[in-house]
Design a protein around this ligand. Structure first.
Ligand SMILES: [Zn+2]
Length: 348
């Protein structure tokens, strides 16, 4: 049977708009949609989004959080912090983003599709349980993780966050939870300021948060090497049943909000690493949720490369990255923090 990949895009996601010149703008999704259209084929199936249910949202955010968002929407145009805006329909569109992520995860878990991509706005990974921030209102990926655990019988989930910013919200949601391995690659130092090596979870979740802060200027070689040298052994030890990627494309070299040098091909290579991990450990089950990415060129190139990796019948993981002096120190520091949690790291 041919491999089928679901994609969710919807014009309503463009109705969430902020002040003129704001980088998290509706045109981002036009660029993503162009890339999706360029990969049109029978195996790429468009699905309609639905709003997240109250139960789905309440697994991550207390009721007061939704009330605060709805009150801010009634005052719209309004702002929740210096970066995070509300248009009149923003709360329901955020629910539509969370619902798309949860629905796609459940459909992939049920075997309806091999993989899925939720091309949604607003993004989610900065949203903490009680706090909207960094353009994010509800934490879409976290809501998808909890939907899988509550409704699909999934226990162990890998949440891999390659957005250039640290996903402080996702870290906070799962920091005490040993059932979700949260791995983040991010520029450091940079917004939001969290995500240092030593932040490794707490209580029963100690060790299940793995942060890889990277200096500005890292490109394809560095991101691929970190994925192969740190993500792969951590996943082999953790053994997730399904993979969710918080996919910001703002590490792209054209991005105006960060200083990394990743190309579309680099995102494609990372996607192939993740796809190969999902194929080996998770029966291929892989869901990708759009987070940031503010250069239209970067969104276009990276989305196309991601879809190529999701659609390919037999994905070949990229050749091993060459040794890289800059990364030895980073790998050593991560291994020092996590060598006991993930023995494969200690052998590097
Ligand atoms: Zn970002």
């Amino acid at each position: 049977m041919p491999r089928r990949v679901a994609v969710i895009e919807d014009s309503r996601y463009r109705e969430h708009s902020g002040p003129a010149g704001h980088p998290e703008r509706p045109e981002r999704l036009s660029a993503v949609s162009e890339a999706i259209a360029s990969r049109a084929c029978a195996e790429l199936v468009h699905c309609s989004p639905r709003e997240a249910t109250s139960d789905e949202i309440l697994r991550v955010h207390p009721a007061e959080h939704g009330e605060l968002l709805r009150a801010a929407a009634r005052r719209a145009p309004s702002q929740l912090d210096a970066d995070t805006f509300m248009a009149p329909r923003s709360e329901e569109i955020a629910r539509l983003a969370a619902g798309a992520s949860a629905e796609l995860a459940l459909r992939v878990a049920a075997g309806d599709f091999a993989a899925g991509f939720a091309a949604v706005r607003p993004p989610g990974h900065h949203a903490e349980t009680r706090r909207a921030m960094g353009f994010c209102l509800y934490n879409n990926a976290a809501i998808a993780v909890r939907a899988l655990q509550a409704e699909a019988g999934v226990e162990r989930v890998l949440l891999f966050d390659w957005d250039v910013h640290h996903g402080n919200g996702s870290q906070q949601v799962f920091e005490a939870d040993p059932s979700v391995l949260y791995v983040s690659l991010h520029q450091w130092p940079h917004y939001p300021g969290s995500g240092d090596f030593g932040e490794r979870g707490r209580d029963a979740g100690t060790g299940a948060t793995l942060n890889v802060p990277l200096p500005a200027g890292c490109g394809d070689a560095e991101y691929l090497a970190v994925s192969q040298r740190l993500l792969v052994p951590a996943v082999e030890a953790f053994r997730p049943e399904i993979v969710i990627v918080s996919s910001g494309f703002d590490a792209h070299r054209d991005d105006p909000l960060a200083s990394m040098q990743v190309t579309g091909a680099g995102f494609g290579a990372m996607a192939r690493v993740v796809r190969a991990l999902a194929d080996v450990h998770c029966g291929g089950r892989l869901i990708v949720v759009l987070e940031g990415g503010y250069a239209l060129t970067g969104l276009r190139e990276s989305t196309a490369a991601l879809l190529d990796a999701l659609l390919s019948d037999h994905v070949r993981p990229p050749a091993d990255a060459r040794p890289h002096p800059l990364l030895d120190d980073i790998v050593d520091r991560v291994s020092a923090v996590h060598g006991r949690d993930f023995p494969g790291l200690a052998r590097l």
